[in-house]
Structures are given as structure tokens and as C-alpha cells.
Write a protein that binds this ligand. Structure first.
Ligand code: COD
Length: 300
């Protein structure tokens, strides 16, 4: 069982070293994380960005960038386009977001001519290490799909399940979150949750155990579930929390990081290659752990 994000190292240890392209690379935390991952033998990096900026950050922070493949492209969007095209041509196996807004990067990834579409829905997957929980817990989708409908929630679950299987979590317990644990026809999230649970029971969604609606407390605390008389295989032992929408997801993500001091790794799944997509406020450690996750997620 994965208990810590550093356990991801054991998964990537026997994997071939992946080529990762970072754009725009003139970003201190992203660059630091990539250099560390390279020196740990996790990835071979390609850095695209403003070479003067990259060299200055490296010098100021003591990063050794000698011998690394650095491509000069000072334009923000142009550097992302170049990186996406490299991945699309299979010249790199992981894309990493540097100093660029999330939606700018995602729009490039979704470009119909040269992007990384596969015909599947792309979704964001975040894996948390929280001191007060007994195992790693995943949260989706907190950063890409704004207000997913039922079909999109199925695709988001399937992306996450495939990734969790690759991480060795073979039959993950999925809690579909709502504000309450009873179906309330005025709360669409609870209706979707009930449908997703039934679809799972009928094998329309496989490889996991889904229950919902569950309120956040029931999903992560068996004591809380018992108080409310909820009988559920998932309650208190959730592996994956499905968010009703991006706002709830994003607030939970940031609450876990800022208040609970949780560690987090996150990637975009469903594209031609995993994409390391962290928030600009995420630490260098979160970016490093996200590289580990992307590397494990791209396991063949
Ligand atoms: N997977 C696959 N294809 C998609 C997806 C997806 N998740 N989302 C959109 N598409 C395709 C559509 O089918 C369409 O062909 C094309 O992309 C454009 O779709 P639009 O017009 O709905 O999308 P855009 O280009 O306006 O925006 C797509 C974004 C992903 C940029 C948008 O959904 C977005 O801004 N998401 C939130 C990103 C964000 O700000 N996160 C911040 C939290 S940290």
C-alpha cells in the first residue's frame, strides 16, 4: 500500500528513465524540481525557455545545468507549443508546466492540429499525503474540468482508476462527494453520485468500488459514518474523492495544502502523455513529487 508520496520512487525505480520537457523553464521551483529529479535518475530533462533567465536562476540557486539540453525560446506560448509538439512527436514522454497560466498550457495541449488529444477526456488527478489519514488519498478533478456532467464524471473516474491501477492500487474505493449523504433531487451532485454507484454495482464502471453520495466527513472517517448510521464499504477508507466541480475541488486542494500541511503530487491524465501540472503556489517538493507521479503514471 502506498502510504507516502516518496513510495512512488519504488514504482519508478525499475522503469526506464523518461524524457521530460519543461516549458517555460525559467521558473525557480519547477527548475529546482526537475534538476533534482534528473540527479536522482528519474527523468532526462529538456528545458525550453529564456536561456539567460534559466542560467540566472541556476546560478542564483546553485543548480547544476551543465550538460542539460536547453532550447532557447523566450516566448511563453511559443515555448509551450514547442514542448507540446515534442511530446506529440514522441521526442519526450512527460510534459511539465513551468512559468505559464494553467489555461494557456491546457489550450495548447487541446490544440486540434498539434496537441495531445487522444479522443479521451483529459482530467486532473491529485494524490495527497495527509498526516491524519492512514494512506494516500487521491482527489479529482480540481483543475481542468470545470463542471463535469455525468458522462464526464465517468471519464474522470476511469482516468483515475487506470492511473491508480498502475500505482498498484488495484480496486480503489471511490467516494462521490456531495454536501449530504442522502439523495436530494435539488442537489445534482447527489443524483450523479447515486447513478455512478449503481453503474458500478452493475459493472458499467469497473475496477473500483464506488459509493455516494458521501459527505466529506463520512468519506474519510468511519467514526463519522457510524454516527450517521451509514453502511458503506468506502466510508472511512476512501482511496479517491470525486469532486462535484472545480470550485469545491480547488478549495479542498488548497485547504489540505495550507491548513493540513498535506503533501501533494498532481498530473493531467488522458492525454497522449502525462502532464505535470502543479499550481504556481505549490512547493518545489510538490513539483518533484508530481514528476515522480507522472513517471509512475506513464509506466508501460
Ligand atoms: N478533455 C478533452 N477535450 C477537452 C477538454 C477535456 N477536459 N476540455 C475541452 N476539451 C475540448 C473540447 O471538446 C473542444 O473541442 C475544445 O477542447 C475547446 O473546448 P472549450 O471551448 O470547452 O474549452 P476551452 O478551450 O475554452 O477551455 C478548456 C480549458 C481546459 C482551458 C478550460 O476548461 C479551463 O479553463 N479549465 C480550468 C483551468 C483552470 O483555470 N484551472 C485552474 C485551477 S488551478
Amino acid at each position: 500500500m502506498l502510504r507516502k508520496l516518496e513510495d512512488l520512487k519504488t514504482i519508478v525505480a525499475n522503469e526506464p528513465v523518461k524524457k521530460l520537457v519543461l516549458a517555460p523553464a525559467h521558473d525557480q521551483d519547477s527548475l529546482g524540481a526537475v534538476i533534482k529529479a534528473a540527479s536522482d535518475g528519474v527523468v532526462t530533462p529538456v528545458l525550453i525557455g529564456d536561456t539567460d533567465g534559466i542560467r540566472q536562476i541556476a546560478e542564483e540557486n546553485g543548480f547544476d545545468i551543465s550538460g542539460l539540453n536547453i532550447i532557447h525560446e523566450p516566448g511563453i506560448e511559443a515555448s509551450v507549443e514547442l514542448a507540446v509538439k515534442m511530446v506529440s512527436r514522441r521526442e519526450a514522454e512527460i510534459l511539465m508546466k513551468g512559468k505559464v497560466g494553467t489555461s494557456t498550457l491546457l489550450k495548447c495541449v487541446l490544440n486540434k492540429e498539434w496537441g495531445l488529444r487522444t479522443g479521451k477526456l483529459l482530467s486532473h488527478f491529485a494524490l495527497f499525503e495527509v498526516e491524519t489519514y492512514h494512506k494516500l488519498i487521491a482527489v479529482t478533478d480540481v483543475a481542468m474540468n470545470i463542471a463535469p456532467n455525468l458522462q464526464e464524471k465517468i471519464a474522470i473516474i476511469n482516468n483515475s482508476i487506470s492511473c491508480m491501477h498502475r500505482l498498484g492500487i488495484m480496486n480503489p474505493k471511490v467516494a462521490v462527494l456531495g454536501a449530504v449523504e442522502m439523495v436530494n433531487e435539488s442537489m445534482e451532485a447527489t443524483l450523479d453520485a447515486a447513478l455512478l454507484s449503481k453503474m458500478n454495482q452493475r459493472d458499467q464502471i469497473k475496477g473500483c468500488i464506488i459509493d455516494g453520495p458521501l459527505a466529506f466527513d463520512n468519506a474519510v472517517s468511519i467514526v463519522s459514518a457510524k454516527h450517521k448510521g451509514i453502511k458503506s464499504e468506502v466510508a472511512g477508507d476512501t482511496d479517491l474523492l470525486l469532486m462535484p466541480d472545480i470550485e469545491v475541488g480547488n478549495v479542498l486542494y488548497k485547504s489540505l495544502v495550507f491548513f493540513a500541511k498535506a503533501k501533494v503530487a498532481s498530473v493531467i491524465l488522458g492525454a497522449a502523455a502525462p502532464i505535470v501540472l502543479t499550481s504556481r503556489s505549490d512547493s518545489e517538493q510538490a513539483k518533484y513529487d508530481s514528476i515522480l507521479l507522472a513517471s509512475a503514471a506513464s509506466k508501460k
